[in-house]
Design a protein around this ligand. Structure first.
Ligand code: FES
Length: 92
């Protein structure tokens, strides 16, 4: 039996990721209960929102501000949506 040479990565559709990012951005504004966005590094939406408010303008900056780095990368798209939402709300 042949093994797949490339490991499978969990897939998310763009819609799910955008929805999660928008929900996380909304929660950061309303102060609702913590939602873990990055399971590998156990980063909550509040930590990510704080990093964005402190000036992080890309996911790499968010990880750095939280003292970690991307592991599996599944959360990167959601963090990017939060960064974009933060940039949009900051420019208003
Ligand atoms: S869930 Fe964030 S790096 Fe894996």
């Amino acid at each position: 039996m042949r093994r797949n040479p490339r490991p499978m990565r969990p897939r998310r559709c763009g819609s799910c990721s955008a929805r999660a990012g928008a929900e996380a951005a909304s929660r950061s504004l309303t102060g609702g209960p913590a939602m873990v966005i990055c399971l590998c590094n156990v980063l909550t939406h509040q930590q990510i929102a704080a990093a964005v408010a402190a000036g992080a303008d890309r996911p790499h900056d968010v990880y750095a501000a939280c003292g970690c780095q991307a592991q599996c990368g599944c959360c990167t798209r959601t963090i990017l949506e939060m960064v974009r939402a933060g940039a949009t709300s900051a420019s208003r």
